[in-house]
Structures are given as structure tokens and as C-alpha cells.
Design a protein around this ligand. Structure first.
Ligand SMILES: CC(C)(COP(=O)(O)OP(=O)(O)OC[C@H]1O[C@@H](n2cnc3c(N)ncnc32)[C@H](O)[C@@H]1OP(=O)(O)O)[C@@H](O)C(=O)NCCC(=O)NCCS
Length: 261
């Protein structure tokens, strides 16, 4: 039991840079208080002492502003930062190393008995004010943006924002962009001047092909180098050039042709 308590306290240090020492954490973190009350009320709930369990949970809500139903299953190293306004429903299952901020609801959308609340995977972070509603899974390591409303399953590792919650595609780092430009230069054409932000699916496919060709190109270059080491006579021939005209079919009508290279 003390091992669990130590873990719960340490998780505050790991996830809140403002935490200074154990005494401060034990006395000033309502998220930790709510969790300790919940561990007790959940134990009573499982013993069948339902009324007592609910009453302890209500007392915890008075004291912390956090409502965790005693039936909810909460994993290890759970951390609720700030906490006020958090509601966790009866059939919620929360994995290990999960972080919630104030105002989060892990709730249901129906009055049916049975599983009606979400299952939150290990390592998930749920931003302030987010609502996750329904009996679906939020995959491991997912991030839910503050104030999002999520009503559908979230894949592992995804970042979901907005109302309704949608997974965001992170912009590729600048070095990916530079690598693509380099490949385009070597091939002798530019991929219609598209940028990553453009939603055109054809342009995106072309960029994905460029990424793939870059990887293949690197691999062939390494193989050629290895062959030259084995046989110094070995020559690698020139690749056939690519021409702009070959790509004209996907240009918009009336769009200027690029200058001939
Ligand atoms: C969702 C979240 C985890 C994303 O963080 P991230 O992976 O670093 O992503 P970024 O900040 O690079 O944002 C990526 C895109 O999503 C948008 N976005 C981020 N959070 C958003 C939110 N809550 N709602 C709507 N859009 C959001 C950004 O504007 C950005 O859009 P752009 O690509 O058009 O510029 C983070 O923004 C978040 O909401 N964390 C919760 C923090 C919190 O609640 N803190 C409370 C402390 S008291």
C-alpha cells in the first residue's frame, strides 16, 4: 500500500514542475486527495458496501471538486492536475500513467446500464475541459486537446482536438521538407510547387512517392559503394532523365508550364 502511495506521489513530481516536496504534494494537491479517497471507496465498492463507497466519494467531491465514481477502475500513477470539475463515471477504466487536467469528463451518452463510459489507455493525457463520452477506447499514449469533445475511438498515439474531436496530422519537421526539395532537384522537376499544408491528395501521394524514392535511392547508392569496394572496375550507369512534360497530365488547365530545364 505504501509502495502505491509513493508511486502516486512521485507521479505528481514527474508531471508537475511546480511540485517542490512531498509534504507540499500531500497537503496541496486535490488530485492526489481525490485519488486516495477513490482507492478507499473503490475497495469498499468491491466489498459490496456500495452506499458507504458512494458516501466517501461524495465527501471527496465536497473536499476536492473531483467526482470519481467508486465503481471506476483507475490504474497506477494516475495524476489529476488542479482537478476542479473532473467527473469520472462508474464504468470508466483508466490505464497506468494517465494524466487529466481540470474540467475533464469521462462520461457516458446513454442511460443504459452496463459499460457506458470510456476506457483510457496507458499514458494518455487529457487536456483541461475535454469531454470523452461513450464506451469506446482511447488508445495508449493518445493526447486529447483541451476543450475537445471526443465521442469516437481514438487510435494509440493520436492527438485529437476540437469539437467533434478529430485526429490532427502533425506537420513534418523542416528537415523532411529540405530532404524532399533535394530529391526534387536531383530528379529535375518540382512537385507542382505544393507544400505539406496543401490538402490535394494527388500532390500528397507524389510527395509520399518522393520520400520512398529517396529511401530507395540511398539504399542503391550504398549498394553501389559496396560493389565498388569489391570490384574497383565496377561502373554505375546514369539514370534516364525525367522531363516536365511527363507530369503535365496532373497540372491544372491553364496553369503555366514550368521553364524547361
Ligand atoms: C492537444 C495538445 C496535446 C497538442 O499538443 P502538441 O502535440 O504540442 O501540438 P501543437 O501544439 O503543435 O498543435 C498542433 C495543432 O493543433 C492545434 N491545437 C492544439 N491544441 C488544440 C486544442 N486544444 N484545440 C484546437 N486546436 C488545437 C494547434 O493550433 C496546431 O494547429 P496548426 O497545426 O494548424 O498550427 C495540446 O495542445 C493540449 O491541448 N494540451 C493540453 C494541455 C492542458 O490542458 N493544459 C492545462 C494546464 S492547466
Amino acid at each position: 500500500m505504501f509502495e502505491r502511495l509513493r508511486e502516486d506521489i512521485n507521479s505528481v513530481f514527474h508531471r508537475d514542475p511546480a511540485a517542490r516536496n512531498t509534504f507540499e504534494v500531500l497537503t496541496n494537491y486535490p488530485g492526489l486527495h481525490a485519488l486516495l479517497f477513490h482507492r478507499f471507496s473503490h475497495w469498499l465498492w468491491n466489498l459490496g458496501l456500495k452506499w458507504l463507497a458512494r458516501t466517501i466519494s461524495t465527501l471527496a467531491r465536497w473536499l476536492t471538486g473531483i467526482e470519481i465514481h467508486p465503481g471506476a477502475t483507475i490504474g497506477r500513477r494516475f495524476f489529476i492536475d488542479h482537478g476542479m470539475g473532473v467527473v469520472i463515471g462508474e464504468t470508466t477504466v483508466v490505464g497506468d500513467d494517465v494524466t487529466l487536467y481540470q474540467g475533464v469528463t469521462l462520461g457516458g451518452t446513454s442511460w443504459n446500464k452496463g459499460k457506458r463510459h470510456p476506457t483510457i489507455g496507458n499514458g494518455v493525457v487529457v487536456g483541461a475541459g475535454a469531454k470523452i463520452l461513450g464506451p469506446f477506447e482511447v488508445g495508449e499514449g493518445a493526447k486529447i486537446g483541451s476543450n475537445s469533445v471526443v465521442t469516437k475511438e481514438v487510435p494509440a498515439g493520436a492527438t485529437v482536438v476540437g469539437i467533434p474531436g478529430r485526429a490532427i496530422v502533425k506537420k513534418k519537421p523542416a528537415e523532411d521538407e529540405a530532404r524532399r526539395k533535394e530529391m526534387e532537384k536531383r530528379m529535375g522537376f518540382d512537385a507542382y510547387g505544393v507544400t505539406e499544408e496543401m490538402p490535394d491528395p494527388v500532390a500528397r501521394s507524389v510527395r509520399a512517392l518522393l520520400d520512398h524514392m529517396h529511401a530507395v535511392d540511398d539504399r542503391i547508392e550504398n549498394m553501389c559503394q559496396a560493389l565498388r569496394k569489391v570490384n574497383s572496375e565496377y561502373q554505375n550507369g546514369e539514370l534516364p532523365p525525367l522531363h516536365d512534360e511527363d507530369f503535365d497530365c496532373v497540372r491544372e488547365e491553364g496553369e503555366d508550364k514550368p521553364p524547361k530545364r
